[in-house]
Design a protein around this ligand. Structure first.
Ligand SMILES: Nc1ncnc2c1ncn2[C@@H]1O[C@H](COP(=O)(O)OP(=O)(O)OP(=O)(O)O)[C@@H](O)[C@H]1O
Length: 479
């Protein structure tokens, strides 16, 4: 795959082996003497450490003579136990053939790459690495993101030799629903570009017939780009095109046109009513009325924001735990722990459970509360930092995670994904639920949401299920 030097976008269902495939391809390519340095960017430490573990095992089996392993692959992540070791290895051995790292950490060490020939850049979970504004982001958020690109974008563009100071005007049409202000801006900018271009042509400057934007961006290196995610959307592709990350078109490898979901996963959703009783989500009523809009597809951004604000105000537990007083936080945690322990008792998973919460700031405290309910709970990072025994996971373990920390990770025996939160978007739900039912295995996903003002959260869940063509099942243990 890598030897052909195509630029590739892999978009396939979660748990189908995208990351493992990329790691194997990178290892076999990098072990060829003619290859140069390859960089693999991943969105979180957990995934970087997981990949390091995989590479270790693969190398031990296939190339036991290669020692130490960090001559071939080294991960670079933030955090005190890792940084000093990484610095030492870097100083002593220089960069290995494959560098795996998180965006922030790689950006910090970006100058190190200036003296090295990088010929391959692989970005796994590219949407999480680039953190582009979502469908319902405000104009302010979109413009802010343009002014301040995510560390992942800055690092990748540094490697590609793209001047990140220059904002490509075409980027403004990044594929979001157009808004008046931005349309005007695009027209203005385009006319400016045209004039500038004509002026340069008259002066005989530039050559090559490209637009001024192309010349301003000016690529420094010919690097092969491979990007992957189960939810790589058109906004991403537009950015890659507009920022000229590739000179040849992307070859797209995908299993379905729509977002694919593992077929052997069962989905459940429980709703906490305002009286704090729990029930199964109501079936979705599809209206024939053309004016009817799903809550996820409201016509105006302002209307969406207003309704969301109203609902969040009344969200009894998960909306923003950190902004609450410590007393409120404790009550929320008790409620979450009670719900989680009841669900776990009813389902009794023998395998691993991943329990998603919105913020990990209090996850240690939350793990303590859960333990007081008899649940064996640990923060997900401990799975990677505490060097688990090769025998697999502790029976019935519950890992606490956030969407950011668990993006792309693979714990094969995950039987249950428990989401105590309202997923941010359809693609959030795809990735959260995708931690189970991996590589042909079965799995269960159970989401618990408050009903929300005027049923906001319930209809948001109904809309998510509708878009993904999922029919949630009724949990038999709920009346
Ligand atoms: N060819 C294969 N044979 C057996 N197991 C495989 C194969 N390819 C992948 N797997 C297993 O499938 C699981 C999922 O792999 P991986 O994490 O690479 O999937 P992914 O598509 O990147 O998922 P996500 O989209 O969630 O990041 C892993 O446990 C991996 O070991």
């Amino acid at each position: 795959m890598l030897s052909r030097r195509n630029n590739i976008l892999v978009r396939q269902t979660t748990g189908t082996g995208k990351t493992l495939g990329l790691v194997i391809a990178l290892l076999s390519y990098s072990l060829q003497p003619s290859s140069n340095t390859a960089v693999l960017v991943v969105p979180n430490r957990e995934l970087a450490l997981q990949i390091e573990g995989w590479a270790d095992k693969l190398l031990q089996r296939a190339y036991p003579e290669i020692k130490p392993r960090y001559r071939v692959l080294q991960r670079f992540v933030s955090g005190s136990p890792y940084e000093s070791e990484q610095k030492r290895v870097l100083k002593r051995h220089g960069l290995p053939k494959i560098v795996v790292g998180t965006p922030r950490c790689l950006l910090e060490m970006a100058p190190v790459f200036d003296d090295v020939l990088v010929d391959t850049v692989v970005v796994d979970e590219i949407d999480a690495v680039l953190k582009l504004p979502g469908k319902y982001a405000s104009t302010k958020q979109v413009l802010l993101r343009k002014e301040k690109p995510a560390p992942g974008q800055l690092f990748i563009e540094h490697l590609l030799g793209i001047d990140t100071g220059m904002i490509n005007q075409r980027e403004i049409i990044e594929g979001r629903g157009m808004q008046q202000v931005r349309l005007k801006k695009v027209r203005l900018d385009r006319s400016k570009i045209k004039k500038k271009d004509e002026a340069k042509e008259e002066n005989g400057g530039g050559g090559g017939g490209g637009s001024v934007v192309v010349r301003e961006l000016g690529r420094r290196r010919e690097v092969q780009l491979v990007v992957s995610s189960a939810t790589a959307n058109h906004r991403l592709r537009n950015l890659i095109g507009a920022r000229q990350w590739v000179s040849k078109p992307l070859v797209v490898l995908r299993d379905t046109e729509a977002i694919g979901m593992p077929s052997d996963t069962q989905h459940f959703c429980l709703v906490i009513d305002n009286e704090e009783s729990i029930r199964n989500i109501a079936p979705r009523i599809v209206s024939d009325d053309e004016n009817h809009q799903d809550d996820l597809v409201v016509s105006s951004y302002a209307r969406y924001q207003e309704r969301k604000k109203q609902a969040d105000k009344q969200n009894p537990w998960v909306s923003d735990v950190m902004r609450r007083s410590s007393e409120q936080q404790a009550t929320v945690m008790q409620l979450m722990a009670e719900v989680a322990s009841n669900v776990l008792q009813a389902i009794q998973p023998r395998g691993t459970t991943i329990l998603f919460v919105r913020s990990d700031a209090n996850s240690r405290q939350f793990a303590d509360v859960l333990r007081s309910y008899g649940v064996v709970a640990r923060d997900i990072m401990t799975r990677y930092s505490d060097q688990p025994a090769d025998g697999g996971e502790e029976a019935g373990i519950v890992y606490l995670a956030t969407e950011e920390a668990a993006r792309g990770i693979d714990i094969p025996d995950t039987e249950l994904v428990l989401i105590l939160d309202v997923p941010k978007s359809i693609s959030s739900y795809v990735h959260l639920s995708g931690r189970t039912g991996r590589f042909g295995r079965t799995g269960k996903v159970l989401t618990v949401v408050p009903v929300g003002r005027h049923g906001w959260y319930e209809s948001k869940m109904q809309a998510i299920f509708g878009s993904l063509q999922i029919t949630p099942q009724n949990a038999p243990f709920v009346e």
